[in-house]
Ligand binder design. Structure first.
Ligand SMILES: NC(=O)c1ccc[n+]([C@@H]2O[C@H](COP(=O)([O-])OP(=O)(O)OC[C@H]3O[C@@H](n4cnc5c(N)ncnc54)[C@H](O)[C@@H]3O)[C@@H](O)[C@H]2O)c1
Length: 385
């Protein structure tokens, strides 16, 4: 039986991933320190759908699926917590979700930036050292982000680029220039992972993931109490989830600036498939594998139109509103990112069509009255004078 640890398993992606691995007959151990729930309370960013804490969720899961998930509460940045866990379990793989993932939160001010910086860098750094010391053959599967690359005026390669200079060539990490402190911590993580993979022969996969949308996976469809925590707010909500909630609540879809910002997106079910594929295809010792983890690219305007079209099928009228962009980012730019690595491993994507959007809406609509206009609008400006 393969043995996996999921770090950050109380989160949007970590919990469904834990259930998926358990159902695929992995021995699953999960970890969280509930940092996200604390930030949610501090920033008044209540989830629209919020599951119970991990102990209770794993009991519900076991009663329905008859698979055990071992729960540990602790901080991945704490060596006294991580060392004994890794030494005891000798995992085949560790999936590392345990970071502060909100770009707006990381741009709120010095204190929030410090929390993001310290938490994200130290959780990755500490995991690396626990693996080096106690289980050096473990495959580290790290969640990075497509935001590491920024929006360069050239094609985005899958992690690496061959550079020719003065007649000589060398393969380097693709140049990265992020547009938030959060995304910059992910760049620094990648550098740490690549340094230690080379230095200590570690096996690492770094997944450059685009914004995820959706709520349903095979397991969460079984019982509402197994749904992942679902946010639409400006701090933790991703854009598609937010647009769907705005549409249901009769709030105009808030397109930041010109709306030409283009990114690669994927359904939460595809996140599960991608990580399972990464786990089944580990790198060699000393190798850092990088995949661009998204399935289709859209501009913000195109996303808003997609949500509007799906709503028309349900006779829900939807307005779109261009509002001043709270972020500092290009609003019209070239974007062409490769993403063939995971398809080559067998990923068959679930693409964003009206049926997919309407299925998410079916869950949101029953909570329509709980959607707050204030939380759905941007509260954080990238630059304040
Ligand atoms: N959701 C997306 O669209 C998306 C896109 C690209 C990349 N990612 C990355 O995927 C990962 C998971 O994203 P998510 O949306 O599930 O985030 P999330 O905030 O919902 O989940 C992260 C979990 O990690 C926990 N955590 C944070 N620091 C911790 C620590 N030091 N010790 C223990 N637990 C800790 C949090 O409490 C939270 O439950 C993140 O690293 C994020 O940067 C997410």
């Amino acid at each position: 039986m393969k043995n996996v640890i999921i770090l950050g398993a109380d989160g949007y992606l970590g919990w469904p991933m834990a259930m998926k691995f358990a159902c695929e007959n992995y021995r699953v151990t999960v970890v969280d320190n509930y940092l996200k729930r604390k930030i949610v309370a501090d920033t008044d960013s209540t989830a629209l759908i919020e599951g119970p804490r991990l102990k209770e969720r794993s009991e519900i899961f076991q009663s329905l699926f008859n698979f055990n998930i071992e729960v540990n509460e602790g901080d991945c940045a704490d060596a006294n917590f991580m060392d004994p866990l890794i030494e005891r379990l000798q995992p085949d793989a560790v999936v590392h979700f345990a970071e502060q993932p909100s770009a707006p939160y990381s741009m709120m001010g010095r204190s929030e930036a410090t929390t993001t910086f310290n938490n994200n860098l130290n959780s990755t750094f500490n995991l690396i050292w626990s693996i080096v010391k106690y289980s050096p053959n473990t495959h580290i599967i790290k969640l990075g982000t497509m935001g590491e690359y920024g929006t360069p005026n050239i094609d985005i390669e899958e992690g690496w680029i061959d550079i020719e200079h003065n007649g000589r060539t060398q393969k380097f990490l693709y140049p990265r220039q992020a547009s938030s402190l959060y995304h910059t911590t992910k760049i620094l993580d990648t550098d740490l992972l690549w340094f230690y993979a080379r230095h200590y022969n570690l096996r690492v996969t770094d997944l450059m993931q685009g914004p995820v949308y959706g709520i349903f996976t095979d397991e969460s469809r079984a019982d509402d109490r197994l749904l992942p925590n679902f946010h639409y707010d400006d701090i933790f909500g991703t854009v598609v989830n937010r647009f769907i909630c705005q549409a249901v609540a009769g709030i105009p879809l808030t397109v930041f600036g010109a709306g030409g910002q283009t990114r690669g997106y994927l359904n939460i079910e595809d996140t599960m498939k991608c990580i399972a594929l990464a786990a089944s295809n580990p790198p060699k010792n000393g190798e850092l594998l990088i995949y661009n983890q998204f399935t289709e690219q859209f501009s913000v305007n195109q996303l808003a139109m997609k949500v509007r079209r799906a709503c028309e099928l349900l006779n829900i009228p939807v307005e779109m509103q261009n509002i001043p962009n709270p972020r500092v980012e290009q609003e019209n730019h070239y974007y062409n990112a490769k993403h063939t690595g995971l398809s080559d491993l067998g990923l068959v994507p679930k693409l964003m069509d009206s049926d997919v959007i309407c299925e998410i809406m079916s869950k949101v609509v029953v909570k329509k009255d709980e959607i707050s206009r204030k939380r759905a609008l941007p509260r954080v400006q990238w630059k304040t004078s």
